[in-house]
Design a protein around this ligand. Structure first.
Ligand code: C5P
Length: 326
């Protein structure tokens, strides 16, 4: 029995890093948005036992450290089933790229394995397993536009925006997320930035202000105007997004470390992106565009400049689920 699924990527639209919590994780607020770029996973079950991971990409770990392995183990345990599970990952998304590839692969494994076993776990078991394996997994149990809080694992589905043209630039740099958080901590201890000194009260107030910014964005001038065509709506949404001041804190520590990533963001903006940002801790930098024609032109310009860039669109929740099973 074999089940194949598309394992879609996400981008972060804004990310605020808060204080370190007693468990060592950072409190954060972010918007996750699923996009059309994806890996393809095949989960096969047979008689026997053991979990085997195969991939076309040498960078994908094939042992029990793989997020897919860890999820498969938990699903077998929760369903009290015994089987030999083979997970084949056709990798197209960058590894350590800030697009949530490993997290998405893990959730794809959960959904495909459930189908192969003909058993569906209750939503609370799915969420628990996802959150145990990593902070960025639960968002993929929702898809579309998702508000993330806690350490990123507390997720809330938001009303979707229409599919927005998106250019995803993937420079050949791997950024370690724990190291990026550590650099943020050093900045918070010593540093002052554009937005003033990063004192504990300042950090708490920016993190609390995030939901206000999100509200300001999503209740901005772009909403409630049904007569607008899709292009105008995208344009207004992106203008409101910039106005709401929704930004990614990781840029403050990752850009100084990898100045070429700041250049990629600038190149996207020069090529017409209405909104450009690092995704997660990077190294992916994306741009959102008012039309797919502009996005295509921008991707060509970046590629000509030696930067790997792909055109896609943001993926609303309904499409995310409709396109998941191959
Ligand atoms: O949960 P996940 O496995 O994605 O986290 C990877 C690492 O990133 C954690 O071990 C931690 O060092 C860091 N992290 C953090 N605060 C978060 C999420 C992740 O410090 N909210």
């Amino acid at each position: 029995m074999s089940v194949s699924v598309r394992s879609f990527a996400k981008i972060n639209i804004g990310l605020r890093i808060g204080p370190v919590r007693p468990d060592g994780f950072h409190e954060l607020r972010t918007l996750y948005q699923t996009i059309g770029l994806h890996d393809v996973l095949r989960v096969t079950i047979a008689r026997g036992s053991g979990i085997e991971i195969r991939s076309n990409a040498p960078a994908v770990p094939q042992d029990e450290s793989n997020t897919c392995y860890r999820v498969a183990e938990r699903v077998l345990h929760a369903t009290r089933r015994r089987a030999k599970v083979t997970i084949t990952i056709e990798k197209k998304l960058p590894v350590q790229g800030g697009l949530g590839g490993a997290s998405s692969n893990a959730v794809a494994t959960l959904l495909a394995l459930e189908r192969a076993l003909r058993r569906q776990l209750p939503p609370e078991d799915r969420m628990r397993i996802a959150a145990e394996v990593g902070s960025d997994l639960p968002l993929f149990l929702l898809g579309g536009l998702v508000l993330g809080s806690g350490r990123g694992e507390e997720v809330y589905p938001l009303e979707d925006m229409p599919g927005i043209p998106c250019v995803v630039a993937t420079p050949a740099i791997g950024v370690s997320t724990p190291q990026a958080f550590a650099r943020w901590d050093r900045l918070a201890e010593t540093g002052s930035g554009r937005r003033g000194k990063l004192t504990a009260p300042a950090i708490s107030s920016t993190i609390n202000g995030f939901s206000h910014s999100v509200l300001a964005w999503l209740s901005g001038s772009s909403t409630g105007v049904p007569s607008r065509n899709v292009g105008d709506r995208a344009e207004a949404l992106l203008l409101d997004l910039v106005r709401a001041g929704i930004e990614n804190d990781f840029e403050r520590v990752v850009f100084p470390e990898y100045p070429e990533l700041r250049k990629v963001k600038r190149a996207l903006e020069r090529a017409g992106a209405r909104y450009g940002s690092l995704s997660g801790s990077g190294s992916t930098v994306y741009g959102l565009f008012a039309s797919s024609a502009e996005a295509k032109r921008a991707a060509v310009r970046l590629t000509e400049g030696g930067i790997r860039a792909q055109v896609t669109t943001t993926l609303p929740r309904r499409q995310y689920w409709r396109r998941m099973f191959v």
